[in-house]
Design a binder for this molecule. Structure first.
Ligand SMILES: [Zn+2]
Length: 396
């Protein structure tokens, strides 16, 4: 006797995105890491970023209980490094907590400060997580963090990840731009030099490379364009250059997208290339159906999650970027994504509200100080005793 396997799926019906399974899959990474991922302990913040922002894109942030939300926020702030005035400028968020010993011993805590410094990728993802969870960033010293960003900028305009040395390339140019944009502060950062570095990394085929003389790459082309947009320098690209960059990007589509010519397609490039085209307002030049078909071929229908290739193991990185890739083509059930910051539009809206609040406070402060100066001036003229403006400034 022979059996025939009958395919019950209707070819006319597109395969559904298993939204609830993706949410459950991502939520799991907020509770524990599988043993095979133990080597990622020092970049755990990035996994929290993929899980939290993924749940946001899935419209499932409600699955994070108020207690867990508080835990994630407190844990994230636990990695914050705020240097004192006489210390080197290394403000930002640390990768892991190994350098934060659980002790009350002041001497030990003090000695560990020499090993604590911010890392640009961790700082970017940590702030993005806080914003996505609706935190008001009030525990941050924004200036201290941006000073830390300025301290790792090189003369050629590029950035290292941390003050104690690392590669300096387009990835960290992007992270620097996201941090300064999110904190609404660019103090000490040389945007012109950053622009020059980005433009010197534009290759003969009009993709951007990781650094000078490298090969054009989809990930770094996204980083370059997003950094230009976030630093309000995208308009400095001339029209012909923009058209040629679009051509390089559009030609990366096979069915899904590849990162470089002659490379296999990979789910994450539906985000990197897709977002780069969104920044250039040209995403509609792509084939949505083929893009979706490829992403869906990497979906794990049993446990949720997306992998880079079909029949591969899903991971939080490709799950989040796969969801973002689907969000760009308007997949039902997914929230819109802000391409250059790689967070949801809802989170971006919350961030803009924080910016408005900070600007209003700054304006308020400036107004108060102006009033104060006028009062001090007129009081001094009248010979009356009054509070000095400098004592009020330090009290703010
Ligand atoms: Zn990938």
């Amino acid at each position: 006797m022979s059996y025939h396997i009958v395919d019950m799926t209707d070819p006319a019906e597109p395969e559904p995105v298993v939204l609830a399974k993706h949410a459950k899959n991502l939520l799991r990474f907020l509770h524990l890491l599988p043993a095979r991922m133990s080597s990622h302990d020092d970049t755990r913040s990035t996994i929290v970023f993929f899980a939290v922002c993924g749940l946001d894109v899935l419209n499932s942030l409600h699955l994070i209980s108020p207690e867990l939300r508080k835990d994630i926020i407190d844990w994230t702030y636990g990695g914050l490094v705020t240097p004192r005035d006489h210390e080197r400028q290394c403000g930002g968020f640390m990768g892991c907590r190994a350098m934060v010993p659980k002790t009350e011993d002041a001497e030990v805590l003090e000695s560990m400060r020499a090993y604590q410094w911010g890392h640009l990728a961790i700082t970017y993802t940590s702030i993005a997580v806080l914003v996505t969870l609706g935190d008001d960033l009030s525990r941050l010293n924004r200036q201290s963090i941006v000073r830390g960003v300025a301290a790792v900028q090189h003369e050629d305009g590029s950035f290292s990840a941390s003050i104690d040395g690392s590669e300096n390339d387009m990835r960290f140019v992007y992270c620097a731009a996201t941090i300064c944009h999110m904190l609404d502060c660019w103090e000490g950062v040389n945007k012109d030099a950053m622009f020059e570095f980005i433009m010197r990394s534009l290759r003969y085929d009009y993709g951007f490379s990781q650094g000078l003389e490298g090969e054009a790459h989809g990930g770094t082309t996204f980083c370059a364009l997003a950094a230009l947009e976030l630093s309000e320098q995208l308009h400095r690209l001339d029209e012909v250059t923009v058209e040629r960059i679009k051509r390089w990007l559009v030609f990366r589509q096979m069915d899904g997208f590849q990162g470089r010519p002659n490379k296999p397609v990979d789910t994450c490039y539906s985000f990197w290339i897709g977002a780069a085209l969104c920044i250039l307002n040209s995403f509609e030049l792509t084939d949505y159906a083929q893009n979706r078909e490829y992403i869906m071929s990497t979906q794990n229908n049993l446990i949720g999650g997306f992998a880079k290739w079909p029949k591969s193991t899903p991971d939080p990185f490709h799950t989040y970027l796969g969801l973002c890739g689907l969000a760009f083509i308007g997949e039902p059930g997914l929230n819109a994504v802000m391409p250059s910051l790689n967070i949801s539009m809802a989170a971006y809206k919350h961030l803009n509200q924080l910016h408005e609040r900070w600007q209003a406070n700054n304006n308020g402060l400036t107004h108060e100080l102006t009033q104060l100066k006028l009062t001090v001036g007129s009081s001094a003229e009248a010979g009356t005793k009054t509070t000095s403006s400098s004592s009020l400034i330090s009290a703010q």
